[in-house]
Design a protein around this ligand. Structure first.
Ligand SMILES: *Cc1c(COP(=O)(O)O)cnc(C)c1O
Ligand code: SF4
Length: 420
């Protein structure tokens, strides 16, 4: 019974950011059929305009979406009115992070506005070629921390398993742009290296937690992913498995009934979703998140803080509330890594702190992510918290609340807040 309801879960249709509506009526008997993935009127209009040869069934087929990705200057120019800067930057690209945008994700973007947030994260501009002081191709030192190719073991209890080098879309600020989307799956980020990774994890009983990432693991076939999760589950000391993915936001039709049925066989399984902006929370993504949540997968969100894209309290409030409404817990707000070419995206640290301050007290704590910097050189994530200790008077700790008012907490003998 519960096997059949997930693929047909009703969309929430409560998008706060994107007032797109799905058709309200479902055909009778839709609950039992393997319904095609629902598509909003805006997406349908986009398909007819730019992909007239594609049927509705093509559009809702994730493999069609991958095949039809916009990857070239010509492809971009057919859909977007490109700025000179964008045009030159795409034409100049010879190696490095490819361009890749699913038609579905393109349908959410501003076609005529180069400043539109989602577009800015996916269409290169000239600044991408600028290397500022402190920037590097592997700022987190993941390659030196790789114990076997594709497995980063930095923290005592957990590993980052880079399962594939492929993504469905390529984010210009990607921390792993040195390895994702490259021909040949260089640095060994490919299924060929899985066995060595399994052996390493099996040989290290201190590893209780495996974060399966990449690339994007949900670009793998159901069978491959099933195999991967099954192998990890078979290691007795592995307790916690997470998948890190952007697919539910950029390729929501990937979340099929078959996929959720397979995933739930590997419980307890968690998912970390890479979300950028409330414009991603379209009805299709809402449907994908509903299916995942209905499959019993606890959902968390990781957002990279990006200048001019999501760096205001207002945008982050909308995003965090929209996520919570869709049963996704905002988990990390990550300071943008100093990857080569990221100067256009990076914000001063105080921006992130001010955003957290603007969320706390105004939204439930469930909607407030941890603000963290991944320390360059392999230090791991360091969480930064706005300072609400206002000082100390004798045995009283002075606290500043979200409105800026001062409150006292009796803390006899304590030292917190004392000056010296
Ligand atoms: C982010 C990360 C993890 C997971 O960290 P959590 O704080 O548990 O989410 C694990 N390994 C590496 C290398 C990471 O970058
Ligand atoms: S989805 Fe993640 S791994 Fe893929 S390009 Fe974007 S940031 Fe990089």
């Amino acid at each position: 019974m519960d096997e059949t309801h997930a693929p047909d879960a009703k969309p929430l249709r409560n998008g706060t950011a994107q007032p797109r509506a799905l058709p309200s009526a479902r055909p009778p008997g839709a609950a039992r059929r393997r319904a095609a993935f629902p598509s909003s009127p805006e997406a349908r209009a986009f398909r007819r305009r730019f992909f007239p040869e594609a049927s509705a069934a093509d559009w809702s087929d994730w493999r069609w979406q991958l095949r039809a990705r916009i990857r070239s200057l010509d492809g971009l120019a057919q859909v977007f009115s490109l700025s000179e800067d964008e045009r030159a930057a795409v034409a100049r690209r010879q190696s490095g992070l490819p361009v890749g945008i699913t038609p579905y994700y393109a349908s959410l973007m501003g076609l005529d506005d180069p400043a539109e947030p989602l577009r800015r994260t996916h269409i290169p501009v000239g600044q991408e070629y600028l290397r500022l002081p402190g920037e590097s191709d592997d700022p987190l030192g993941e390659t030196p921390d790789s114990k076997v190719p594709g497995l980063v073991h930095r923290y005592p209890d957990r590993v980052l398993f880079l399962a594939t080098g492929t993504c469905s879309t390529y984010c210009r600020y990607c921390t792993r742009s040195r390895m994702v989307g490259q021909p040949g799956g260089e640095e060994g980020i490919s299924t060929r290296n899985w066995e060595r990774a399994f052996a390493y994890i099996a040989a290290h009983p201190q590893i209780r937690d495996v974060l399966v990432s990449g690339g994007d693991p949900l670009t793998l076939s159901d069978d491959k992913l099933d195999y991967l999760l099954g192998r990890l589950r078979a290691i007795p000391h592995v307790e916690f498995i997470r998948i890190g993915t952007k697919v539910p936001l950029v390729l929501p039709m990937r979340i099929t009934g078959a996929l959720t049925r397979m995933l739930r066989r590997h419980h307890p399984l968690w998912m970390s979703l890479h979300c950028t902006h409330p414009a991603e929370l379209a009805p299709e993504a809402t449907e994908a998140l509903t299916r995942l949540a209905d499959a019993g997968i606890p959902l968390g969100a990781q957002t990279v803080l990006l200048r001019g894209i999501n760096d205001t309290v207002e945008t982050m409030r909308t995003l965090c509330r929209g996520l919570l409404k869709r049963r996704v817990r905002p988990y990390y707000l990550l300071q943008c890594d100093p990857i080569t070419g990221s100067g256009q995206f990076r914000t001063p640290i105080e921006t992130g702190l001010a955003i957290i301050d603007g969320l706390r007290g105004h939204l439930t704590g469930y909607a407030v992510p941890h603000f963290a910097i991944d320390a360059p050189g392999g230090g791991g994530k360091v969480a930064l918290v706005p300072d609400h200790v206002a000082g100390r008077e004798g045995d009283d700790l002075l606290l500043r609340n979200f409105e800026g008012r001062i409150y006292r907490y009796p803390d006899p003998g304590g030292r917190t807040g004392a000056r010296d």
